[in-house]
Ligand binder design. Structure first.
Ligand SMILES: Cc1ncc(COP(=O)(O)O)c(C=O)c1O
Length: 308
């Protein structure tokens, strides 16, 4: 659903991999998609084309508002043009990652509604994108059901056909809780711990955008020392390889200790590089509970909770 793609990539996706769904936020991208998917001068007749509308990231912890998305004032022209080339026409957006309130979706749906009314075209798909939150220290979102009910209510109120489809593209909410990284302490300097992963590894977001993750000391015998707050340094020589945290750990944590950093299933391992020869890891599949969860046992009892 990236609205800026290379023409040969679109062609390969369509002809070699059967991808029929593309997003766009300019007329140029629409022309590109139409050219890349035409054969012997005949335009494809099975495309799902989704026009991405720019919405605010005000309620999100990570903005996706600047880079992509057509200005709401230009969306009706795009919808009209895409309608001519599409089998199914859609409208999509992304409210920013880790949206802390369902109001983010309500506000975006208002813009969607206005655009559809203005364009006066039949819309077959409304794609509310990602942005569904996970749970981190200092960032506990409201229950997922509140997001779903706002989206359903606003979707039902749109001027679209009864057969229109509602899509979403969850990333973080689906996978954040399903991975941890175990790091080892190589040095301690006061309240700073030098560990063997960092800004160029799975802790990219902890370093570059100050994201906080839950941590736990892994030791045979549990520490009885009172917790205190630490920051981390990663394994490279750069000052930027620093995770401010704060990360709360027992006060006696020291060299040779292992620490579990949780909630790294979204944008953790995927961000890892092998810069300076680091980034080589062992992976293990485990079946213990995540450090925090949106999908607890009681929540599974409720009827409108997605079961993973
Ligand atoms: C187009 C698109 N869809 C979905 C996602 C997933 O977003 P999130 O992890 O916030 O749910 C992203 C993330 O960057 C994205 O760019």
């Amino acid at each position: 659903m990236h609205p800026v793609k290379a023409e040969e990539v679109i062609a390969e996706a369509y002809f070699d991999h059967g991808v029929k769904t593309f997003s766009l936020d300019t007329i140029e991208e629409l022309d590109k998609i139409v050219r890349a998917t035409s054969k012997a001068g005949v335009a494809a007749s099975d495309l799902n084309l989704l026009v991405r509308i720019r919405v605010s990231s005000d309620h999100a912890k990570l903005s996706l508002a600047s880079k992509f998305g057509a200005d709401p004032r230009d969306v009706s022209i795009l919808l009209f043009a895409a309608r001519q080339a599409a089998d199914a026409l859609g409208i999509c957006f992304h409210v920013g990652s880790q949206a802390m309130t369902p109001a983010a979706f309500a506000e975006a749906m208002t813009l969607v509604r206005d655009a559809i009314v203005e364009a006066a075209v039949t819309v077959d798909i409304v794609d509310v994108g990602g942005g569904f939150p996970s749970s981190y220290p200092g960032m506990e979102p409201p229950p997922m059901e509140t997001y779903f009910s706002v989206i359903h209510a606003t979707f039902e109120a749109l001027p679209i056909s009864y057969s229109a489809e509602l899509w979403c593209e969850p990333g973080r909410a689906l996978c954040a809780e399903y991975a941890s990284v175990l790091v080892r302490v190589e040095k301690r300097r006061g309240d700073e711990l030098y560990i063997n992963d960092g800004a160029y590894g799975a802790l990219f977001d902890a370093a570059h955008i100050g994201w906080r993750y839950p941590v736990r000391l892994i030791r045979q015998t549990e520490s009885r020392t009172r917790p205190m707050e630490f920051s981390f340094y990663g394994p490279t020589c750069d000052d930027i390889d620093r995770m401010a945290g704060p990360f709360e750990l027992p006060g006696d944590v020291g060299v040779g200790d292992y620490i579990e950093v949780g909630m790294l299933g979204a944008y953790g391992c995927a961000m890892r590089t092998q810069f300076n020869g680091f980034g080589v890891v062992d992976s293990a599949v485990v079946d213990d509970e995540p450090m925090a969860t949106l999908y607890s046992a009681e929540e599974h009892e409720r009827s409108n909770v997605v079961k993973l």
